[in-house]
Design a protein around this ligand. Structure first.
Ligand SMILES: [Zn+2]
Ligand SMILES: [Zn+2]
Ligand SMILES: [Zn+2]
Ligand SMILES: [Zn+2]
Length: 237
């Protein structure tokens, strides 16, 4: 069974972000697989074609009849972390049906453990469920919308410049942790804005860039986060 289609991993990878994608599938006009987050947030597939609105039932059936491998099987983890419990399985050489794989990511995998990086938390969830933890324990988070006419895939917001803080913002599929360090009064080109950004949703494969600007009264930092589209759809000015 497992040798029915050894190339299955390539077939079910999102063409735009390359993450493993399970049925139901949505394809682009050139029949590339799109994962749910690329279909939701990207204008186009990485090849430049539009994503089709209709599902592809035949592809769903074909993949559901085959077996796939765990996408975390090559991850290195400590032997003593998460290897206890009767339902934990070593997935290095195993093949799963689609439903088995879904269950495996939620409860059985020993290689997808993820520790909440927020201050004083340390809760251990899984790559596939950590955002549920953010929402229920640290949230809820209202997603920031793209409200900039000039830059359509850009979210802009302000952070207090002088407070030392750690702020979480939800943008697209990502959860971004912004850390503002102690602000030095004389901000200039040698003294950059003490802000760092980290996307703490480990299952988000979309790419982002950001810029930070200080307001003239030096009280607020204006942050803009832009989603990078693999296909350069937006006209250059
Ligand atoms: Zn994708
Ligand atoms: Zn495509
Ligand atoms: Zn696994
Ligand atoms: Zn937490």
């Amino acid at each position: 069974m497992e040798h029915l289609c050894p190339q299955i991993e390539q077939l079910v990878s999102c063409f735009t972000c390359s993450s493993q994608t399970l049925p139901p599938y949505r394809l682009c006009a050139k029949a590339h697989v799109g994962c749910p987050s690329c279909i939701k947030y990207m204008s186009l597939c990485a090849c430049g074609s539009h994503f089709l609105k209709s599902p592809n039932t035949i592809f769903d059936w074909v993949v559901s009849a085959m077996k796939l491998q765990c996408k975390y099987r090559a991850n290195d983890v400590d032997d003593d972390v998460g290897s206890s419990g009767p339902e934990q399985v070593d997935c290095a050489d195993r093949w799963f049906t689609v439903q088995e794989l879904r269950d495996h990511y939620l409860t059985g995998c020993t290689k997808n453990l993820f520790t909440c990086p927020l201050q004083n938390c340390g809760h251990v969830a899984r790559v596939d469920t950590i955002t549920d933890h953010y929402e229920t324990v640290h949230g809820p988070f209202e997603p920031l919308s793209f409200n900039n006419q000039q830059a359509p895939k850009c979210a802009i917001f302000k952070l207090h410049a002088k407070k030392q803080s750690q702020i979480l913002k939800k943008i697209c599929n990502g959860y971004f942790m912004f850390s503002v360090k102690k602000f030095r009064r004389r901000y200039n080109e040698f003294n950059p804005i003490p802000l760092s950004m980290q996307n703490i949703n480990p299952s988000d494969s979309l790419k982002y860039t950001y810029t930070a600007l200080l307001e003239s009264n030096q009280k607020m930092i204006i942050v803009s986060v832009t989603l990078v589209e693999p296909y350069n759809f937006w006209p250059k000015i």
